[in-house]
Design a protein around this ligand. Sequence first.
Ligand SMILES: Cc1cc2nc3c(=O)[nH]c(=O)nc-3n(C[C@H](O)[C@H](O)[C@H](O)COP(=O)(O)OP(=O)(O)OC[C@H]3O[C@@H](n4cnc5c(N)ncnc54)[C@H](O)[C@@H]3O)c2cc1C
Ligand code: FES
Length: 271
Amino acid sequence: MVPILFHVEQVRRETADTLTLTLKPAEGGTTLRFTPGQFNMLYRLGLGEVPISISGDPSRPDRLVHTLRAVGTVTKGLASLRPGEAVGVRGPFGAGWPMEAARGKDVVVVAGGIGLAPLRPAIYHLLARRHDYGRVVLLYGARTPGDLLYRRELERWRGRFDVDVLVTVDRGDAGWRGHVGVVTTLFTRAFFDADDCVAMVCGPEVMMRFTVAELKARGIPDDRIYLSMERNMKCALGFCGHCQFGPVFVCKDGPVFRYDRIKAFFGKREI
Ligand SMILES: Cc1cc2nc3c(=O)[nH]c(=O)nc-3n(C[C@H](O)[C@H](O)[C@H](O)COP(=O)(O)OP(=O)(O)OC[C@H]3O[C@@H](n4cnc5c(N)ncnc54)[C@H](O)[C@@H]3O)c2cc1C
Ligand code: FES
């Protein structure tokens, strides 16, 4: 599968090291339809290719949106792109969030840091089909107020009567009036029916471990907890083995996994 050429339409800075790129197909190119939780391989010409989740609205495939943190060679190269410049895109890949399995149930979305990016398409989906789901609760934690993504959008969601948005930071600053503590401390203020709910979780693995423990303590069974995993990738097609995670491949079996299917090897560092 060769990359399709896209152009950068907009670059929006989210935090000191994170930005959101909106891409549009090069002339004559086609839009890419995707489901919440899927990712693309973004190719920075001359530097290489990395997996990045799609963070935009699945009902707007004309605007291909990715939020990325500049951590190394390729992500820093992507972060230096300006409107009009070219990017290669392969995808979309992978199995996403269980939007069908969650229909009719309460949905608890738990995000840590940049983990909100792959969950944002699921939130757009839930809000666009609000009557198909029970309560919707978003618990979002970042290290500091300056690390919070999509701040204006979080405020808009918070203003809605049909979704509970709880936000926390590990460390506040002089202007912060909100909750302080790790994301799991928000559970005491979250109301949902543990007997009839689905949880979608994405963030650093340590955050996901503590979140799973909290969800289980609240009575949510393993087969209704879903996690998005990250592993190094190359082919994204299930051929090269780079993304192997125990007996599964993150690129084609994931990145979203039902917890009961991965719990035997989840949290084992060497896998
Ligand atoms: C399915 C999937 C979805 C992903 N979605 C996103 C996304 O939406 N947004 C996003 O920003 N990233 C996402 N990532 C992670 C992203 O692919 C990596 O950050 C990227 O591959 C790093 O490549 P690089 O060439 O920039 O850095 P490299 O040159 O490979 O690494 C440079 C340094 O950064 C460190 N590093 C690498 N990855 C990370 C990381 N994830 N966090 C912190 N340090 C790291 C390395 O250990 C190394 O020290 C996703 C990964 C997967 C597997
Ligand atoms: S990236 Fe090659 S098998 Fe998953």
